[in-house]
Write a protein that binds this ligand. Structure first.
Ligand code: ADP
Ligand code: ZN
Length: 523
């Protein structure tokens, strides 16, 4: 009886013939007033799982949403379907908010969207108390629920307070939704929102139509990037850079090289930003060069590639940003350029952070990005593993490591030079200094410590800093060095290192460039 009921309502209100995977289960659980946490990738169809129950349950559904643009967009779509939905937020004049709130009191609204900071204002809480006693409250839906967590990619302190609604309205079921599914964030949401015996719905985060590739970043990378873009004339592509100045420079360079593109970052005025965004979405300009300020809530279905020209801050962000490719289900590429200088730059920025806990989180997250980038395993498995999802296929057939495994070469001799230098400097220095010694640099620090008198001084001139950086980090990754932290990292020889130095172990490194770039199949 009930199944028929929800399916009919789906058709009647939204015009859809069937549910997407998971939707029906979630809707039914919500109709039974269970608390729920829904983890589903962007585009999976989360909105419907509170919109449909809102129409079927008596009373008012409150939807907490962090972004004004998202709210407006959803509400106008619902209104276009003849559904009584509205929003209140700071973009509206006081009288308009008051008018909408009165409509809610009078039972003329089924879904009321609200920003978290407004939700907790005494006047708004009083409104909810009133409705609770009259027409009743049906459901509290918390969209983008990962915002409660410092481990999420978009922490918002106001989200922390939403849990107080549980105490005020103990009967009101809570439905939390997010496209972020890491273990930590999941736990934070359950705790902070005080969900009661919640049903957790976890959808697969795999995006089979996306191909994943990591390229090492070096002097020739810009030319590679231009080549990639030239191979896809007119296709929609997003290029992410870390900083505003990085965006500006790359955008200008690409324009000079005849690749039409627009920049997007928080340093541009709101007017310019929305104009650039519009022109990209309308296919006026194919390429958008952006910081991560661009993207949340933007649904352009036919983005054919997302290129990270700088290292992302965390894998979560990488998944979300690269996930903006191929929303239409057609093949699309996700390419990440990785270098050790980017890594060191990020570490430097992290060291500037005041808050120790945030520093620790950022470092942990950076390590995961590095692990993803350096690995010779299936990238899809690594990415899904980050969301605690097991990807069981041996070969995904659509990432660089599966399509074209990298060869390794014996670099034991270079590894010995590195370890010897660590030993000679008494395990008291970081990678930068060791690499300076190996490359025979003339720094103040080297002169002060007389490290130019070591036998290893200048013995590795033939390699770039990045090349040595790769060797150093791979030694660490493969367990030939141990990292210690007393304010700053130092590196120590361990039993494996001794074996390597004695000729009882071998050190192999991936050959850094693939024979033919751009060969990852996208079909
Ligand atoms: P999410 O919030 O998970 O990112 P949305 O709720 O925005 O996803 O839904 C993504 C798209 O899928 C929307 O365009 C929506 O209209 C569409 N959609 C959702 N459910 C269905 C369905 N059952 N049948 C067809 N289209 C659907
Ligand atoms: Zn793979």
């Amino acid at each position: 009886m009930k199944l028929l009921h929800v399916e009919q309502a789906l058709k009647q209100y939204f015009g859809y013939d069937s549910f997407r995977p998971g939707q029906k289960e979630i809707v039914e659980a919500v109709l039974e007033q269970q608390d729920m946490l829904v983890l589903m990738p962007t585009g999976g169809g989360k909105s419907l799982t509170y919109q449909l129950p809102a129409l079927l349950l008596p009373g008012l559904t409150i939807v907490v949403s962090p972004l004004i643009a998202l709210m407006q967009d959803q509400v106008s779509r619902l209104q276009a379907n003849g559904i009584e939905a509205t929003f209140v937020n700071s973009s509206l004049p006081y009288e308009e908010c008051a008018r909408r709130e009165r409509a809610a009191i009078n039972g003329k609204v089924k879904l009321l969207y609200v920003a978290p900071e407004r939700l907790l204002k005494p006047s708004f809480l009083a409104l909810l108390e009133h409705i609770n006693k009259t027409n009743g409250l049906a459901l509290l839906a918390v969209d983008e629920a990962h915002c409660v967590s410092e481990w999420g990619h978009d922490f918002r302190p106001e989200y922390r307070q939403i849990g107080t609604l549980r105490d005020r309205f103990p009967q009101l079921p809570i439905l939390a939704l997010t496209a972020t599914a890491t273990e930590r964030v999941r736990q934070d949401i359950l705790d902070q929102l005080k969900l009661r015996q919640p049903t957790v719905y976890l959808a697969s985060f795999n995006r089979p139509n996306l191909s994943y590739e990591v390229r090492s970043k070096h002097k020739g990378s810009y030319a590679e990037l231009v080549q990639i873009l030239r191979q896809k004339p007119g296709e929609s592509i997003i290029i992410y850079c870390l900083s505003r100045s990085g965006v500006e420079k790359l955008s200008t360079d690409l324009n000079d090289d005849g690749i039409p593109n627009l920049p997007y970052h928080a340093g541009l005025s709101a007017k310019v930003r929305s104009e650039h965004q519009e022109r990209f979405i309308r296919d006026d300009v194919p390429v958008l060069v952006a910081t991560i300020a661009f993207g949340m809530g933007i649904a352009k279905p036919d983005v054919r590639a997302v290129i990270h020209y700088d290292l992302p801050k965390n894998l979560e962000g990488y998944y979300q940003e690269s996930g903006r490719a191929g929303r239409d289900g057609e093949p699309a590429e996700c390419i990440l350029f990785f270098s050790y200088s980017d890594r060191m730059r990020t570490e430097y920025f992290i060291a500037q952070k005041e808050n120790e806990q945030q520093q620790a989180i950022a470092l942990k997250q950076l390590q995961q990005v590095i692990k993803y980038s350096e690995s010779s395993q299936c990238r899809r498995r690594l990415l899904l593993g980050y969301f605690s999802e097991d990807f069981l296929e041996e070969n995904c057939g659509n990432c660089d490591n599966c399509v074209q495994p990298l060869e390794t070469e014996d670099r034991t001799e270079d590894a010995r030079k590195f370890l010897t230098c660590v030993y000679q400097t008494r395990e008291r220095f970081g990678f930068t200094h060791i690499i300076d010694i190996l490359r025979g640099a003339n720094t103040q620090k080297i002169r002060d410590y007389r490290h130019n008198q070591l036998t290893t001084y200048g013995c590795g001139k033939q390699y770039s800093r990045d090349e040595w950086g790769t060797i150093a980090h791979t030694l660490l990754q493969q367990g030939f060095l141990t990292e210690h932290h007393d304010g700053y990292p130092t590196y120590h020889l361990n039993a494996n290192a001794v074996k390597l130095l004695k000729g009882q172990a071998e050190f192999r490194l991936k050959v850094t460039t693939r024979p033919a770039h751009g060969q990852v199949a996208t079909a």
